[in-house]
Design a protein around this ligand. Structure first.
Ligand SMILES: Cc1cc2nc3c(=O)[nH]c(=O)nc-3n(C[C@H](O)[C@H](O)[C@H](O)COP(=O)(O)O)c2cc1C
Length: 450
């Protein structure tokens, strides 16, 4: 298989290709649906477009936001997104994805607080409203890399994932460790609130620790085997975080509903034969709403280290997928729609509109109009064009000259633990880091999908 390049000049071309492939993507006639406000608890979010969490690998070594971090979030606030879902922030040194991943603790808290004040102020000054800021709490689990040295912490063995990144039995975390994580993720709500975030995300997606546990079918003990055990870590952490919730601070979660692994190493949202089966994700989302009182979530899919094309359909990446990117988009948006239909009361943000470039705005508006989700978080697009929200909401359409080309270079930078952004549209800042990466590339193993 070769990489499929995006070569569609008009929306009609896109629709014709979809028809040929037998997939349906939602496209609206205009973007008015995205200019509507949205209620999250007592907050009113002025529009339906937001920034997806995008790790920048640009913290100081002790995990504080750097000038690069602040520049990124300030630009996004000026760009007019109603919600900025901050990147994965580690709660523990051993669970960091790199030595430049943001780390939240008592020592770094004030730096986040100062940054958040400036980010909100910038949004208010530029657009007349403060963006809603979400902190994404994470533990990198299998992909932990503190000090830039792999130190996997896994829920159970997975031979397929380990063909890309080795691990052994000694990497399996204990039940006691997971119990401590429940407290730590609960406490992250307190820290997030003190740092001026409006919500905390107890992240459960993309192959990190919580997503591993929810798919730990073969793990013995309290956190493995049956659904009740596998969902315990996420639910107990949310319960612990909930004690800090009030009308000024909410708890949410980014949920991965389908991992896309081979059958013998199946992940969450997969039947024993490996096919997509959303029975458990739908049950989970319903329980998060009815039993835990969660009012809004984001939904995503895949594991960016192993099934990258499922998380973010691309023009160029580490491997050519065996499907057309439109098939990936269709799986994503209709999977999200299936969960939304099963729990219509839950406000659901969808993910991964960027592949569609200058048509991503009509796609996002179509998804909202058709009730597949309530809003869309834009990932790679936010690196390429942090102003995309204002272009859509104020001018009616995204600027085609500034869109992301899904070239994969931001993915290369994050894997190389270098400050990450758009090498094409912000080349004066990020091309030097990309050149460094190219020079170092020769030393990476051939099967590396990290
Ligand atoms: C460089 C890079 C960093 C990312 N960092 C995060 C992250 O910190 N947390 C997360 O949940 N997803 C992360 N993602 C995934 C994005 O949030 C998003 O789901 C994905 O890019 C698909 O959206 P898009 O098609 O709009 O780019 C990252 C993706 C990229 C390319």
């Amino acid at each position: 298989m070769k990489h499929e390049k995006f070569h569609y000049r008009t929306l009609e071309d896109v629709k014709a290709k979809c028809q040929e492939l037998g997939v349906e993507l939602p496209f609206a006639k205009d973007t008015k649906a995205l200019a509507q406000s949205l209620k999250l608890g007592s907050f009113t979010i002025p529009n339906r477009v937001g920034i997806a969490p995008m790790e920048g690998a640009d913290s100081t070594e002790d995990g504080r936001p750097s000038n690069y971090t602040e520049r990124r979030y300030t630009n996004e606030a000026i760009g007019g997104s109603g919600i900025i879902w901050y990147e994965a922030i580690s709660l523990a040194e051993e669970g960091r994805s790199s030595k430049t991943q943001l780390l939240m603790n008592e020592h770094t808290l004030d730096d986040f607080k100062r940054m958040n004040e400036r980010v909100k102020e910038a949004g208010l000054k530029a657009n007349g409203f403060e963006p809603f800021l979400v902190m994404q709490s994470n533990h990198s689990g299998r992909y932990s890399n503190p000090g830039n040295r792999p130190a996997p912490m896994i829920a159970q063995r997975n031979s397929w994932l380990e063909s890309f990144r080795p691990a052994d039995d000694s990497c399996i975390v204990s039940d006691d460790y997971l119990k401590r994580m429940e407290e730590s993720f609960g406490d992250s709500a307190r820290l997030a609130k003190m740092a001026g975030f409006d919500a905390v995300d107890i992240k459960s997606c993309h192959g990190y620790l919580f997503q591993e546990v929810i798919a730990a079918y073969d793990r013995p003990g309290e956190y493995g085997g049956c659904y009740e055990n596998r969902s315990k870590l996420l639910k107990n952490s949310i319960r612990a975080a909930k004690q800090y919730e009030d009308d000024k601070f909410l708890v949410t979660a980014r949920i991965g509903i389908y991992d896309g692994y081979p059958a013998e190493c199946r992940g969450f949202g997969q039947a024993p034969d490996g096919s997509m089966d959303l029975t458990e994700p739908k049950r989970l989302v319903r329980e998060l709403h009815d039993e835990l009182g969660i009012g809004f979530i984001d939904i995503t899919m895949g594991n960016p280290y192993a099934t990258t094309h499922v998380t973010r359909p691309f023009d160029a990446g580490k491997y050519p997928p065996d499907e057309h990117p439109f098939e990936g988009l269709s799986r994503m948006i209709h999977g999200i729609g299936e969960v939304k239909a099963a729990c219509p009361e839950m406000i659901i943000y969808g993910s991964a509109p960027t592949y569609l470039r200058e048509f991503s705005d009509l796609y996002a508006a179509g998804a909202v109009e058709q009730g597949l989700c309530d809003g869309l978080l834009f990932g790679r697009m936010s690196f390429a064009d942090p102003d995309f929200a204002n272009e859509i909401v104020k001018n009616g359409r995204i600027d085609p000259k500034r869109v992301c080309l899904t070239c994969g270079k931001c993915g290369d930078l994050i894997r190389a633990h270098k400050p990450t952004g758009c090498v094409i549209r912000d080349s004066s800042t990020f091309m030097p880091f990309y050149r460094e990466f190219m020079d170092e590339k020769k030393s990476l193993p051939a099967n590396f999908r990290g």
